[in-house]
Design a protein around this ligand. Structure first.
Ligand SMILES: NC(=O)c1ccc[n+]([C@@H]2O[C@H](COP(=O)([O-])OP(=O)(O)OC[C@H]3O[C@@H](n4cnc5c(N)ncnc54)[C@H](OP(=O)(O)O)[C@@H]3O)[C@@H](O)[C@H]2O)c1
Length: 356
């Protein structure tokens, strides 16, 4: 039987995540874009916010209630804190939701601790599935609410999950992130002006303060204790990671450079590469390669490139992953999740897939 067209809506259509959702969904063969919301651009053409869409679509921005009412599946690309209530409205109206914000990624306790406020809809947290597609596919298929992962967390988790699943993760896990400026969204901010970012590299949110830390610890803990059969919250064990992000003078892209001191001695680099290759063998958007990856190779795409090294001198294992923060780190992963939820061919409308 041929899959049917599905009506899809976007909240936050005037932001970067919204723009990348539009890029993919407008060319998705099984999607009808039923509505796109923005408060700033209400009633104006999509091209008012995104000039590259002039002549491509005549659609105009609508309000949130109209977009929720008209769709079957809703993408929320809106800020954390204000998204949860919009998600509740959509779920109450019987819609399925893919949320790009952080509102449904953590337990209520972790949300309060890391986001500094009580969760607005704790009763919905058990409905949410953490949407790291490659690890949680079976749960995503059935989900009413998918919590799309954070961009830095996606890169770190994909770089480290094979080590976690093979019991190699010990107490020492270091994650260093190089992150491009679009990761902070489109709203103007002093530290993100061109003249502040250009020709500058600086660490930010260091020493255990970055909000993606609990997502990585949860995911690696689940991968370590349960392989790929996962439940959304509260793994039996989770590592404590050291997470150091750096803002780099680029528009898009993330490099996760990770290091662990393994629980077992004697594993060789070629064994590690084979282990990574086997772990991601069936994944159309992940390429395990011998070469060290670079962000330019994934610019504008939905792919993740990964490799691993053994430092024989110190004993540490290093793994590296690159993604585009707005692709695999946001809209690309969200559309991948849509394809999984609806039983479509997984790579429909995605960019740079290795095979269909
Ligand atoms: N940028 C990334 O690399 C990235 C990666 C992964 C996840 N995310 C997450 O995805 C979400 C969107 O990120 P972004 O980078 O697209 O942000 P953005 O560029 O700042 O866009 C945010 C959008 O939300 C709308 N908005 C702002 N306040 C709102 C409110 N109170 N209620 C409803 N809509 C509101 C804005 O449009 P109007 O003001 O016109 O309504 C805008 O379209 C965020 O939660 C972010 O953390 C971002």
């Amino acid at each position: 039987m041929q899959p049917q067209q599905v009506r899809v809506g976007i909240l936050g259509g005037s932001g970067y995540g919204g723009a990348e959702l539009l890029r993919r969904l407008l060319q998705h063969p099984l999607v009808t874009l039923s509505g796109v919301a923005s408060r700033q651009y209400l009633g104006r053409p999509l091209a008012a916010a995104w000039p590259h869409l002039a002549g491509v679509t005549e659609a105009t921005f609508a309000d949130e209630a109209e977009v929720i009412g008209g769709c079957e599946v809703l993408f929320t690309a809106t800020p954390h804190g204000s998204t949860a209530l919009l998600v509740r409205q959509a779920l109450d109206a019987g819609k399925r939701v893919i949320d790009l914000s952080a509102d449904f990624r953590l337990s209520a306790e972790d949300y309060a601790r890391w986001y500094g406020q009580p969760h607005p809809c704790p009763e919905l947290l058990s409905t949410a599935v953490y949407g790291l597609t490659e690890l949680h596919r079976d749960e995503i298929r059935m989900a009413r609410l998918v919590a799309n992962p954070g961009c830095n967390a996606t890169a770190a988790n994909l770089a480290l999950a094979p080590l976690a699943a093979h019991g190699l993760l010990g107490e020492q896990v270091l994650v260093s992130i190089a992150a491009a400026a679009s990761g902070a969204g489109r709203s103007p901010e002093l530290g993100l002006h061109y003249s502040e970012v250009n020709e500058n590299v600086r660490p930010y949110k260091v020493a255990g303060t970055h909000r993606h830390i609990p997502e990585v610890e949860d995911t690696l803990g689940r991968a370590a204790t349960m392989g790929r059969r996962l439940k959304t919250h509260a793994p039996a064990w989770r590592p404590t990671i050291t997470f150091t992000p750096h803002l780099i003078p680029m528009t898009r892209g993330i490099l996760a450079s990770c290091a662990i001191y393994p629980t077992q001695d004697g594993v060789t680099e070629s064994e590690l590469l084979a282990l990574y290759g086997a772990y991601y063998r069936a994944e159309p958007l992940i390429l395990v390669q011998d070469e060290l990856p670079q962000t330019k190779a994934v610019f504008g795409s939905d792919r993740c490139l990964i490799t691993v090294r053994r430092d024989l001198r110190s004993g540490w294992i290093h793994s590296f992953a690159v993604i585009d923060n707005l692709g695999k780190g946001a809209a690309g992963q969200a559309v991948h999740n849509l394809n999984v939820m609806l039983g479509f061919s997984e790579t429909l409308a995605l960019l740079g897939a290795l095979w269909p």
